[in-house]
Design a protein around this ligand. Structure first.
Ligand SMILES: [Zn+2]
Length: 428
């Protein structure tokens, strides 16, 4: 095992922010934090950077098992490490869907084998995400799953969702919901508004998202379950979450980097690299989600990294699938448009995400913690000329983003050093 001494960065530790501070790492663990540390470890100059807990993504599509031509656990782990992540939650809408214990174990074990980030499996709420009967929740729970979602679809049957919520509430997991009413969004291609009119495409009204959130908040009141809204995208959704929090309900929410960065005018370019669900919204919605992130109504940024191969995505807009990649640029987007303090920056990309996902091994920078660390240069230019994902359906390629992942350290070893992924062969 290696020994490193990260020197003279702005350290965003669990106990606060320390200027010109060092972090010592030995045998996979953080052994000291403070100014002027000396150790036998290799010194790494970190002047001008922020040193914080490795990023943790609540919402990653790794596509394995079953859709490995888009991405797999290895290629997705590489994209995550390149983006400064040391852990991701794998969404269960694979083929087959992760609706039973052995599939969840497979995802976690494969993640460990690859060894670049911690891959935390989530499980579906309903069997095969079909929305008709519950998954093997007991098996999933026994396999260590704490995050339950039918992501890609809302659970339309409120009675079924209530039963899942009661089960999960009793045990202490979290229900995570893709909030889009399938009927209201049916056929929708872009946000319903002037751009959809201009393009002559069916729109997805804000209400498709907001009525599901409103219904679910009622069910949270009924069941007391910890509940997390995925990819929130409208001003009304921000207001609903704010009201639920005001009431003291255990409701949390995420926003994606693309909903922070782009508005629906990007869709007028009709390049499907801007096509996702929920769609890019109105500039007023973008302003609302940015404000929500700043004031804490929105807890975290989660990528909804959704790889699709060129042969799928390179089609006329209507025929292309929903979804874009984002792991490699999420932190740069937050640094570019977030207007957050360093402490809040690491909250939204790491600490709070790990807390919501109930993953104790991530989101901490403190002596004795597993050394999952990112060194981030808030003034550096992000690399937007390439991707290490298997798929290249990224809306950020070619855009100017400020904020660069310098080093990613997972369990005490560099996965990214000076912006370059460590050689896979060298990782053994
Ligand atoms: Zn979704």
């Amino acid at each position: 095992m290696s020994e490193y001494l990260l020197k003279n960065g702005l350290v965003v530790a669990d106990d606060g922010v320390h200027e010109s501070c060092d972090v010592a790492i030995a045998d996979g663990t953080i052994t000291a934090i403070g100014p002027g540390i000396t150790s036998d470890g290799e010194e790494v100059d970190c002047r001008g950077t922020w040193i914080g807990p490795g990023f943790f993504d609540m919402h990653t599509h790794l596509r394995e098992p079953g859709q490995e031509w888009k991405e797999d656990i290895e290629s997705g782990s590489r994209a995550a490490a390149a983006g400064g992540y040391t852990g991701v939650v794998a969404m269960p809408n694979t083929a087959p869907a992760v609706d039973s214990g052995h599939l969840a174990r497979y995802v976690a074990d494969r993640g460990s084998e690859v060894g670049l980030v911690e891959v935390v499996p989530s499980g579906t709420i309903t069997a095969d995400r079909a929305g008709t009967r519950l998954s093997h929740l007991d098996e999933l729970w026994a396999a260590g799953v704490r995050i339950f979602t039918d992501d890609g679809d809302s659970v339309a049957d409120a009675g079924l969702l209530r039963r899942a919520m009661e089960y999960i509430a009793e045990r202490g997991g979290v229900i995570v919901e893709h909030c889009i009413d399938a009927g209201l969004a049916a056929g929708g291609q872009v946000h319903e508004g002037p751009v959809s009119s201009l393009l002559g495409m069916p729109g997805v009204p804000r209400e498709a998202e907001e009525i599901v959130i409103a219904r679910d908040i009622s069910l949270v009141r009924l069941t007391g379950v910890a509940y997390h809204v995925q990819h929130l995208s409208t001003a009304g959704a921000v207001a609903l979450v704010a009201a639920a929090k005001e009431e003291g309900l255990p409701v949390t929410a995420e926003v994606t980097p693309h909903h922070l960065f782009f508005d629906h005018t990007a869709a007028s370019l009709t390049n499907p690299v801007y096509k996702m669900m929920p769609p890019l919204r109105d500039p007023a919605d973008v302003a609302a989600v940015r404000a929500g992130l700043r004031d804490g109504v929105i807890d975290i940024v989660a990528t909804d990294h959704a790889p699709h191969a060129d042969h799928e995505k390179d089609h006329p807009w209507e025929d292309a699938p929903f979804g874009v990649t984002g792991l490699e640029w999420a932190a740069a987007v937050v640094a570019t448009v977030g207007e957050l303090t360093p402490a809040r920056f690491f909250d939204v990309l790491s600490r709070r995400s790990a807390e919501i996902a109930k993953v104790a091994t991530q989101g901490h920078l403190t002596v004795g913690a597993s050394a999952n660390v990112v060194v981030f240069d808030p003034a550096g230019a992000a690399a937007t000329d390439r991707t290490v994902s298997r798929s290249s359906n990224s809306p950020y390629l070619g855009h100017d983003l400020i904020g660069r992942v310098v080093h990613t350290i997972y369990r005490g070893e560099f996965t990214v050093r000076n912006g370059a992924l460590r050689d896979m062969a060298a990782l053994g």
